[in-house]
Design a protein around this ligand. Structure first.
Ligand SMILES: Nc1ncnc2c1ncn2[C@@H]1O[C@@H]2COP(=O)(O)O[C@H]2[C@H]1O
Length: 313
């Protein structure tokens, strides 16, 4: 294994709602690379600012008369993957678009990009910074449909990636499997458990894909959601996971790999926890406690905080 294998992740936004300054967005790069692929874009510029305050992007050199925040946005983000077009996964990209560099790819499944185009980049909700839709199409972003199960390269990086559909209530969300050399990382957009999906088996299909990678320790980690603590009833999950449902899905991954052993120590990053407006309730603490209490597979749960840099060797 080359010593520069593996990934670096920067958490730009980690929460599952309510705080528009801290919504799902992560940057990922291969350790040997300079540039990142953004994984969702709920909160972008405030997340970059927070990461800079915490010492991220240490190799940044003054360039182009830009602020450090501007350099990261314009020069270090090579493209963006959108798991689904919900506002809390695209808002940061839209707001930053006025000052982003072109032409950058936005990757997503066809229906996701069609929603982006029709409902945001339409000159009514927002100027059309995309390369399709109502004229003039400014072309700063190249909407790039990806096909489930088909690998594509991310120009400007050594990454390639492959999308898999996920069940998310009334729409399709996406898992992106990211690859650099023989190192893999699985980024899950919002998803509910197979058992509540009305007979779909999106996660089971994905566990079958990931199992051989887990078995030979090529999967360096995964990032998945646990939106609500366990006391939220199934009928109010709206296509999301709780710790109990996530733990059951990890059992399914273990079964697909042929046992618990390969999962020991696997970094499982957990995001999209929804803050609560109820006095005294701390969903983040509840989710963490519930995950640790039920950690039958011995994975390494991590709850990233905004601005954190995570290294996955
Ligand atoms: N039927 C519903 N009733 C009330 N709230 C909902 C309903 N469906 C979705 N939501 C909320 O709307 C949010 C949209 O983003 P999320 O999927 O993260 O989480 C969803 C829930 O918090």
């Amino acid at each position: 294994v080359p010593k520069d294998a593996g990934f670096e992740l920067v958490a730009l936004g980690v929460e599952g709602g309510l705080d528009e300054g801290n919504l799902s967005s992560y940057l990922i790069r291969a350790k040997a690379d300079t540039r990142y692929l953004a994984l969702d874009a709920g909160t972008v510029l405030p997340g970059i600012a927070q990461a800079l305050r915490q010492g991220a992007f240490a190799d940044l050199r003054p360039a182009d008369g830009l602020t450090p925040q501007g350099q990261v946005l314009r020069n270090l983000i090579a493209g963006t993957f959108i798991s689904h077009a919900h506002l809390d996964h695209v808002g940061g990209l839209l707001v930053a678009a006025t000052d982003d560099a072109g032409r950058k790819p936005i990757y997503g499944l066809a229906p996701t990009l069609e929603t982006l185009s029709a409902d945001y980049f339409n000159w009514q909700a927002w100027p059309n910074f995309a390369d399709r839709g109502p004229a003039p199409a400014l072309g700063r972003y190249v909407l790039t449909d990806v096909v489930p199960g088909q690998w594509f390269d991310v120009p400007g990086t050594s990454l390639s990636a492959c999308a898999y559909p996920l069940w998310h209530d009334r729409l399709t969300s996406t898992m992106l499997l990211v690859r650099s050399g023989d190192a893999y990382f699985a980024y899950f957009g919002d998803t509910g458990p197979d058992a509540l999906s009305g007979g779909q088996h999106r996660l089971a299909d994905i566990w079958r894909v990931l199992a051989p990678l887990v078995r030979r320790h090529a999967l360096k980690g995964l990032l998945i959601e646990a939106s609500f603590p366990d006391d939220v009833p199934d009928a109010q999950l709206f296509g999301h996971l709780t710790p109990a449902w996530l733990l059951r899905e990890l059992d399914a991954l273990a079964a697909a790999t042929g046992g618990t052993a390969p999962l020991k120590g696997l970094p499982v990053l957990v995001g999209h926890i929804k803050p609560s407006l109820v006095q005294g309730r701390d969903p983040r603490a509840l989710v963490k406690t519930e995950l640790e209490a039920g950690n039958r597979q011995g994975v390494a749960f991590v709850l990233p905080v905004q601005g954190q840099v995570l290294r996955l060797p």
